[in-house]
Ligand binder design. Sequence first.
Ligand SMILES: Nc1ncnc2c1ncn2[C@@H]1O[C@H](COP(=O)(O)OP(=O)(O)OP(=O)(O)O)[C@@H](O)[C@H]1O
Length: 328
Amino acid sequence: MATTTPLLEVRQLAITLQTQRGAVRAVHDVDFTLARGETLGLIGESGCGKSLTALALMGLLPEGAQAAGSIRFDGQELLALSDKALCRLRGNRIGMVFQEPMTALNPVHTIGRQVAEPLRLHQGLTFAQARAEAIALLERVGIDQAAQRFDAYPHQFSGGQRQRITIAMALACGPDLLIADEPTTALDVTLQRQILELIKGLVAERGMALILISHDLGVIAQSVRRTLVMYGGTAVEWGPTRAVFGARAHPYTQGLFAARPQLGTARAAGARLPTIAGTVPELADLPTGCPFAGRCPFTEPACHAALPPAVALDADHEARCIRLKKAP
Ligand SMILES: Nc1ncnc2c1ncn2[C@@H]1O[C@H](COP(=O)(O)OP(=O)(O)OP(=O)(O)O)[C@@H](O)[C@H]1O
């Protein structure tokens, strides 16, 4: 019987960090749902809480960080799981690819061992089976002569190859969800496209769900069906990528697009790229109302009073801005 439980359901996620200025709220009021096989992009400027949100899903928040709210994965509340159970889930059902491949790779272990280990640990394969499976995976992600290079160490590979190896590690146990946090940012432009195509191909081929984190609107536009725009630790607009990119309902989404470099657009010599006026607020100084109120060209007194409620604009497309009116 087909199940209707979403793969991932995040409700009122809040993440508090301990800093020298005391406890600060880094993420708050984040809600989203991901169906099986669905693709979602998280976009927003540096520091808006994208990575912390992803780390909370993996149970990998930094020390001293505390998550509240609810994260249900396949019906199971992750915030209530033991470290051991979370570790099992990470190895088996949720894979993650980071911006910098050496975050995931251990420099003193061979790449073969690192790809094969989750297969032995979580799937109970024998060494020979895990080795054969790891070689097949490494070949699939584009590592040539994987059998001969099974016992090589991470430093013997280029940056692009290392990112391919971490993708093989993340996929080893056939996860239902892949989280890729800026997976191409550390690579040069030609490699960025190849790695993105590899991830998209693998997601489609395996029917995995994908959460792709990026600050690059082009990457998000090409890769995911739904998009969630974050600012100041919260979601300000979300919905089908086409709807969000087409309507740009939230003033912050409009600002992101205005600040995007445009290929082929004539710009006067020396002219500067438009930027969003003002700076991202410090976590410890986040306003109580709309987090964007301090930079928004349309701010009115009510914006400072409380976080605007989500307004439904269209099927599955919502934004938090008091200028938007609920559909009748
Ligand atoms: N371990 C930590 N200790 C203190 N502050 C932290 C820690 N990790 C993240 N932060 C802060 O929390 C906020 C959100 O960080 P996060 O890494 O989620 O942002 P991001 O949107 O992913 O940005 P980037 O694109 O730069 O990775 C930032 O202000 C960041 O400085």
